[in-house]
Design a protein around this ligand. Structure first.
Ligand SMILES: [Zn+2]
Length: 337
């Protein structure tokens, strides 16, 4: 995602990340380009140049252009280059200054809430713009039941729209705010059980084609600032597979085939990447799973330097053992997984 400081909104920025990853990275890294300069939502970035530098998609993630005319122009330009637009659906005029979902829990905790409509209005807008411009649009980290409904209808209509969900929106609700404090503060917020059920139904019927973590590392001091000041987001990368094996596969909710697809095929289809194959002579880009190993999530043992995560102590069944990247084994066995 290009929502770094500074934002990755130029060919030089895309190239620098790709170079760093090629020299030092343990995994393949793809760098999306920003939709607008500085992610400010006003002027379009140079899409053709960023595409030539290797950006497979465009996004202002963390925000979306609040001006619908800017988003329309962005989608027209992206469509002309066949670049997908990855969309963080949030209308700031409706979401700010809320810090969690606007429901009974927020009222009880006396915290300012964000309505579902903050997400749903942008989902509706950008489905309409996808219809008009033909742009391939991917709706990130959906949280509200109404968004799933609109995505389902758009896909039935044959529009080039897809959507994703995070493990935290699948396995937590706004009730987590009272238990995990600021480690339950994310954008979009955790919502109610009816929303969670709608997201699960969207995963089950194929409306939602990707699981993504929306991994957002923050320093301890930042998160310690309390509900109003702490930044939005949690780290989810090292827990995602264990959580989904436990909550979606071992419960019998999804087949292993479908679960693996949510982590692989959905993303590759979006970015126009070939789907890997387990055949003789093919390059091994393979994640190796132990499906049954009991695994207790310990945030202190995460490789990430950030520990803002609500899953500490959660008991899971199954986890990643290691990965082959370009044929090279990168095990995590040394960390006892
Ligand atoms: Zn986002």
């Amino acid at each position: 995602m290009p929502n770094t400081a500074p934002a990755i909104d130029s060919a030089a920025g895309v190239r620098a990340v790709r170079q760093g990853a090629a020299e030092r990275g343990a995994v393949h890294v793809l760098q999306a380009g920003a939709l607008t300069l500085g992610r400010a939502g006003k002027e379009l970035a140079d899409y053709a140049a960023m595409q030539a530098a290797g950006a497979p998609a465009l996004t202002d993630d963390g925000s979306t252009p609040q001006d619908s005319a800017v988003m329309r122009a962005a989608m027209r330009a992206a469509a002309a280059l066949r670049l997908p637009v990855i969309d963080h659906c949030e209308d700031f005029r409706l979401s700010k200054p809320g810090v969690m979902h606007g429901g009974a829990v927020a009222a009880r905790l006396r915290l300012l809430g964000q309505p579902r409509a903050a997400e749903e209005t942008i989902v509706a807008r950008d489905i309409a713009l996808a219809r008009e411009t033909g742009c391939r649009v991917h709706l990130q980290h959906l949280s509200a039941a109404g968004s799933v409904q609109m995505l389902r209808a758009a896909r039935r209509e044959g529009l080039p729209v897809s959507g994703e969900v995070t493990p935290h929106h699948l396995f937590l609700t706004d009730a987590a705010a009272a238990v995990y404090g600021v480690n339950a503060k994310m954008a979009p917020p955790l919502r109610e059980e009816s929303d969670r059920q709608a997201l699960l139904a969207g995963v089950l019927d194929g409306t939602i084609s990707c699981v993504a973590t929306d991994h957002a590392p923050h320093a301890e001091a930042e998160k310690a600032a309390g509900w109003l000041e702490a930044p939005f987001g949690i780290v989810g990368l090292e827990a995602a597979v264990a959580l989904c094996l436990t909550g979606l596969y071992h419960t019998g909710f999804l087949s292993l085939r479908r679960l693996v697809s949510l982590f692989t095929e959905g993303q590759r289809e979006l970015l126009g990447l070939p789907v890997g194959a387990m055949t003789i002579g093919a390059v091994a880009d393979v994640t190796v799973l132990d499906l049954d190993a009991p695994h207790c999530l310990k945030v202190a043992e995460f490789a990430s330097r950030s520990h803002n995560c609500p899953y500490d102590g959660w008991a899971c069944r199954g986890n990643v053992v290691g990965v082959f990247v370009g044929g090279k084994w990168t095990g995590v066995a040394d960390r006892g997984l």
